[in-house]
Unconditional design. Sequence first.
Length: 265
Amino acid sequence: MVEIMKEICIGCGACVRECPVRNLTMENEKASVKRSCMECGHCFAICPQKAINISGYPSDGIIEFVNQTSLVNGEEFLRLIKSRRSIRDYQEKSIAKETWEKILEAGRFTATSGNGQDLKYVVVQDELETVKKYVWDGFAALIEQLKKSRGDTSPLVRQLRSMNAVHLASQDDRLFFNAPALLVITSASPLDGGLAASNIELMAHAEGLGVLFSGFIQRALALNEDACDYLKVEKTQICACMLLGYPNVEYRRSVPRKAAQITWK
Ligand SMILES: Cc1cc2nc3c(=O)[nH]c(=O)nc-3n(C[C@H](O)[C@H](O)[C@H](O)COP(=O)(O)O)c2cc1C
């Protein structure tokens, strides 16, 4: 709930002008709250006096800005994006809890539709071997499902069957590679989950970690009820499955990309 501390409010009206749902008004030269709202926090962020409190949230993670225009250099930010690669070879090194907390903070502060903030994260590191078994079982079910829908000889079925056979015959795991951790993100909104996942990926990259989004793991996990129960995730709400770890590879340059398809009007 948004609360105005009237004794601190100077009545500048910045919050009233900023409120996206016009939920604030001026009363006796002080800002006043009309009703409960989605608590986007814009009033809190814009108040020059810190006269606004939003109850029910942890107080950590708030930062003060001196100069918004110099937050990040655009060229450097694009460099970060272009230097990110999907990592399929990892060092034998686990990710420290403090590092997890840092990168998950990037998800926590990502925009969500209607400020719903309805995202859950499952960090699998200690129990990865157990989860791998569940996912490989789901992978077998995925192959059966694809066989029915696409036919026994479709390229995708052949690829998945080959991955499964190699995994059964050797240590070569083309699903989890040798990543030390898996992050599962769930949300009722696939876009909210995807946006958080993207920010987490970039933050992980900035922290020296590598990431691989795995559509195969996501589909295999959703097909295994036991795995979903074990991880306490709702199978219809899995937005992203991301492998994480310290890369064992170093790239020398960025990659070519198709020209962007842009319509200018
Ligand atoms: C949603 C999503 C799912 C993906 N699933 C897989 C996967 O199951 N296995 C895999 O090896 N790579 C997977 N990838 C990685 C893509 O193949 C990769 O992004 C693409 O080849 C471009 O390489 P880059 O990410 O290094 O630029 C996935 C990527 C995304 C965004």
